[in-house]
Design a protein. Structure first.
Length: 130
């Protein structure tokens, strides 16, 4: 029985996280945040991970075209109060989740792995194993 409630809890965390991701994406794409950096950069919200109590949200972001990552991250942090308020208004939870913005490095890691796999030495070693 406890396992079932754990599954229900994890589904709820995923659902709330996805709702927060959609709200943040919409707010940023519509230009609702009055910030020069955010106005000139398109930002992708790649994932939102909620804490079990739904009081904290870790928001993974990636500026499109990969430019000015630190500048964009700083702008998001400057505007966290406004963004938290928008999430609170649009996502029906008991508490307004604290937002923590982190650069999503998974795309960079994927690119590095792809580059390694295309290396002739690695490709030769992989084909010998098969």
């Amino acid at each position: 029985m406890a396992n079932n409630s754990d599954d229900t809890q994890s589904v709820r965390l995923l659902r709330v996280g996805e709702r927060v991701r959609h709200v943040l994406s919409e707010v940023l794409s519509r230009g609702d945040v009055h910030d020069d950096v955010l106005a000139t950069h398109m930002v992708s919200i790649t994932e939102v991970r909620m804490s079990p109590d739904l009081k904290h949200a870790t928001v993974f972001v990636k500026p499109l075209l990969g430019g000015d990552e630190e500048e964009v991250l700083a702008a998001l942090k400057r505007n966290v109060r406004y963004l938290r308020g928008e999430v609170s208004r649009r996502v029906n939870t008991k508490y307004a989740a604290a937002l923590k913005f982190i650069l999503d490095e998974s795309f960079d890691e994927g690119g590095k792995i792809d580059t390694l796999l295309r290396d002739p030495k690695i490709a030769r070693d992989l084909s010998e194993e098969e």
